[in-house]
Each structure stands twice: as structure tokens, then as C-alpha cells.
Write a protein of this length. Sequence first.
Length: 132
Amino acid sequence: MRTALGYVRVSTDKQAERGLGLEAQRQRIRAYCEMKGLHLTTIFEDPGLSGGKPLGSRSAGGRLLAEARRIKPVVVVAKLDRLFRSVADAAQTICEFDRHGTSQSLPLNDDPHPTGESPPRPSALALAPSVP
């Protein structure tokens, strides 16, 4: 069973309480990991932080990156914008994940390989789809 790490973030206290708040993000991540047979060990949380800050400069984001380098997990997020608002930060982080062997599993909603085939090269993220 592959190890997974989750990451959740909201920009404001109001977001933490409504919509895709922290608990809703955690639920999506847990459901996705269960569906995919991933062993979720930790969900890193950055409440009240802008996604415009580079992932590595955020408290939980920095810990996520360090742990990902160490254990080479699948990184799971409810929405890509929870990790990145900057294309440059996304590209740099995904390249770093690839170099360190962190792999990707895509959700059924976004999976370009619906037959279950693996993507042609590893990359970094799993996006947890909405679970009814």
C-alpha cells in the first residue's frame, strides 16, 4: 500500500468555516485515499494563509515538502489551488517532487487514463475528487 500525505489550506477564517473549508478538504482527501487504497499518514494544514505564498515558505507546506523528500509519497489535495496560486511555484515544486520520487495518482474526474493505465512519467499530485 502506497503512503500518502494530504495538504489543506484556506486563506481566511471565514473560508475555514464554509464551502471547501478545512474539514471538507480533509474529508475529500480521506475518501480519495480510501478509494485508491492509499495509506494516508498525515494531513498538513495551513489555515489562514494565502496560496500566493510559495508552498515551501508556509509552515505546513514546508513540513509537507520535507516529509515528501524523505518518504516519497503520493501527495493528495482537494484542489490544486490549495497548493499553488503561482505557475512558477507549481512548476518548481512539481519538478522537485519528480526529482525526489514523489509520485502521482489522478482522480477519476481528471484522469487522462480512465482505463487505469499509469501516466507516462511520474509527477507530483493527486487531486481528491468530490465524493457524493
